[in-house]
Design a binder for this molecule. Sequence first.
Ligand SMILES: [Zn+2]
Length: 191
Amino acid sequence: MPTDTAAILDRFRRAGALLEGHFRLTSGRHSPGYLQCALVLQHPREAEALGAAIADRVRGLDVQTVLSPALGGIVIGQEVGRALGVRALFAERQDGRLTLRRGFSLEAGERVLVVEDVVTTGGSTRETIDVAREARAVVVGAAAIIDRSGGQQKIDVPFHVLAEVSLPTYDAEACPLCRAGLPVVKPGSRT
Ligand SMILES: [Zn+2]
């Protein structure tokens, strides 16, 4: 499948996972774009193709295990693991802290790739990297479908993304789209 940025974003648009217009986000802020990876990943063939595209980019890293943060990273982590033929684990929050549960474990020196759906600030990818390092695994890279951090993710391992997206958000009172008189919609509604 074509995996350049335009083709990836096209897949998102077709699934309604990337909308362009004027939106009121759950935070109350306004934005010219709305991104929801789950809407593309709900289609198993799309998820499989995106996982294979990430796997192609990290083939040379000799990955032994994929580790993802729950919940957002689980589906794409599974698909990257499938494409690489390695196991796929996830870390989840307990008392506010990401941790390995369910009997999941990593060995000292195990070569781990951290996989997420979308990197917004990079915080949860960095936290997942820490989970692997605490287990004395070696984090050989990180990957995501979409990077919307604007280059601010501060991930200290080789980082691979399928597409970078810039989606500014605005205070409702200072929104240039409101000022231009464009009607604002809640994502998912049909107005
Ligand atoms: Zn607005």
